[in-house]
Design a protein. Structure first.
Length: 77
């Protein structure tokens, strides 16, 4: 393994995907609240739907445990 070959050892791993899910939900809520101001510019309904899909899809992935984000701590042996 490249990690072991580099003389490193994993000492801690923390997943925080559920925190990301909450963040994505908040971003989606704020995006929708700001939409009236955004739609008066150069952003169309296709743009809105694309971002709603992206934010919802990612939130769902984190909530379902299909994707995650982790903080890994390594130490030299």
């Amino acid at each position: 393994q490249p990690v072991a070959a580099a003389g490193l050892q994993l000492v801690d791993a923390r997943g925080f995907g559920m925190d990301y899910a909450r963040t994505l939900a908040e971003w989606r809520q704020r995006f929708n609240a700001a939409w009236p101001a955004l739609s008066s510019g150069s952003f169309d309904i296709r743009f809105k739907r694309m971002w709603e899909l992206y934010l919802s899809y990612c939130e769902g992935g984190f909530r379902a445990g299909q994707i995650d984000v982790k903080h890994l701590l390594f130490e030299h042996r």
